[in-house]
Design a protein around this ligand. Structure first.
Ligand SMILES: *Cc1c(COP(=O)(O)O)cnc(C)c1O
Length: 421
């Protein structure tokens, strides 16, 4: 049976139209020089080879041109963030004026909540998914306190039904029907970092708007992973980091989406800086802030070139591969993994990620029934790079741009050898 899956992995790799992209990335190796089975793109995406070239170009321009690089570098620094816009917009299904790259993710969540969380006496709550990424929770809690409300009543985490790990769209509908008029803001992950569940952005946005709520998404685990249509799905805002599925390096800058319907909402409160000021008159250095239309109007500072360069390199790869193709391969990979996992009858784990392809991205979360981190370490010894999330989950994310079906096959084979013997 194992041989059947070996042949199937070979066949799927042979048919894979994206297989050539693997060679555009550096694949980590163990001390014997063997390529690792890297399944951790949900945490830190691998480095594109051309990132080095692109960064060296900027360093060379800086050394040769000094301040003149703002206008005369090969990619002039002054409008540098604009070089990312078109590809980033395409990647998340947005209009160019709806996206901008700036700051880091938690910073952007705060800046967006300044504009989009406007609590009143009767409508002051923020709805989150159960057990959100801690940073999101801290940010939300502090925003609630900042407005003088009490997180105990204003922060609502929707729990999965008992015995399940999934928060269903029906459950959200139910909740909004009962309590929706107290919710100021719905802020969910596009894909939950722990369970790997993908939410129905369009339907949740529609229901949230019907209930009179503002709807935002943290797409840290969804951008570069799902095939997103942010403009058509219509959430008010979204933010994501670019170091997970977008392969732009540790701590990479974050992406922001503000829906077109808000692009001229200059009445909204916002924290301002000179890079959000109308760029045509920015250098008149006048005292009155004139915000730019669209997402760019939320910028504060001039673009950090050396941090933006890796994003430019990475987005070019996505543009060449096509996020739609990536998503198709991603579903094939997780389906292949699930099928082989089930057939191998691997003991000691349950997969808590929904089985339906539309309810998951690249990631599958393996919950260890008797949590024991030393067992995870046996996988590390077998040259698998994955991650362990307390208290009991191993997250596995085959990434379509650089993982092969053979990586998936090897992973399940090792799991079966280590846990079924
Ligand atoms: C990765 C991740 C973060 C990390 O935030 P930073 O500000 O980039 O450090 C925050 N929220 C979610 C949901 C994440 O997955």
């Amino acid at each position: 049976m194992e041989h059947t899956y070996f042949l199937k992995a070979q066949e799927l790799d042979a048919k894979d139209i994206l297989s050539g992209f693997r060679s555009e990335f550096h694949i980590p190796k163990n001390e014997n020089g063997e390529e690792s089975i890297y399944l951790c793109g949900n945490s830190l995406g691998l480095m594109p080879k051309k990132t080095t070239v692109y960064i060296n170009e900027e360093l060379a321009d800086w050394s040769k041109l000094g301040v003149e690089g703002h206008l005369h570098a090969k990619h002039p620094w002054m409008p540098y963030h604009e070089f990312l816009t078109e590809n980033m917009a395409e990647l998340v299904g947005a209009l160019p004026k709806e996206v901008v790259v700036m700051n880091s993710l938690t910073v952007n969540l705060h800046l967006l909540m300044v504009s989009f969380y406007r609590p009143t006496k009767s409508r002051f709550k923020i709805l989150l998914e159960y057990s959100p990424f801690p940073s999101d929770r801290y940010a939300v809690e502090s925003q609630i306190l900042f407005h003088g409300f009490d997180p105990k009543t204003a922060l609502v985490e929707l729990k999965p039904l008992s015995g399940t790990y999934e928060i269903t769209t029906e459950q959200i509908a139910e909740y909004l029907k009962e309590e929706g008029d107290e919710i100021a803001l719905i802020l969910l992950g596009g894909v939950n970092y722990y369970t790997g569940q993908a939410y129905d952005i369009r339907e949740i946005t529609r229901m949230g708007h019907n209930a009179g709520c503002v709807v935002g998404f943290d797409l840290a685990h969804a951008a570069g992973n799902l095939y997103l249509s942010l403009h058509d799905d219509g959430p008010d805002f979204a933010a994501w980091c670019n170091y997970k599925y977008i392969n732009s390096g540790p701590g990479a800058l974050s992406g922001v989406f503000v829906h077109e319907r808000h692009s001229k909402r200059f009445d909204m409160p916002r924290f301002s800086g000179w890079w959000g000021h109308d760029k045509n008159i920015r250098f008149k250095m006048e005292n009155t802030f004139v915000p730019m239309e669209g997402a760019e109007g939320w910028q504060l500072s001039n673009p950090p070139i050396l941090s933006m360069t890796p994003i430019r390199a990475s987005l070019e790869i996505f543009s060449a591969a096509g996020i739609k193709n990536c998503r198709i391969k991603s579903v094939q990979m997780t389906s292949f993994l699930l099928e082989m996992f089930d057939h191998s009858a691997i003991k000691g784990f349950e997969i808590i990620t929904p089985r339906e392809p539309e309810k998951r991205g690249c990631q599958l979360s393996f919950r260890m029934i008797k949590p024991d981190k030393t067992l995870f370490n046996t996988l590390v010894k077998r040259n698998i790079i994955a991650d362990w999330r307390e208290p009991d989950v191993i997250r596995i994310a085959p990434v379509p741009l650089y993982n092969s079906f053979m990586d998936v096959y090897r992973f399940v084979k090792i799991l079966s050898e280590e846990f079924n013997s």
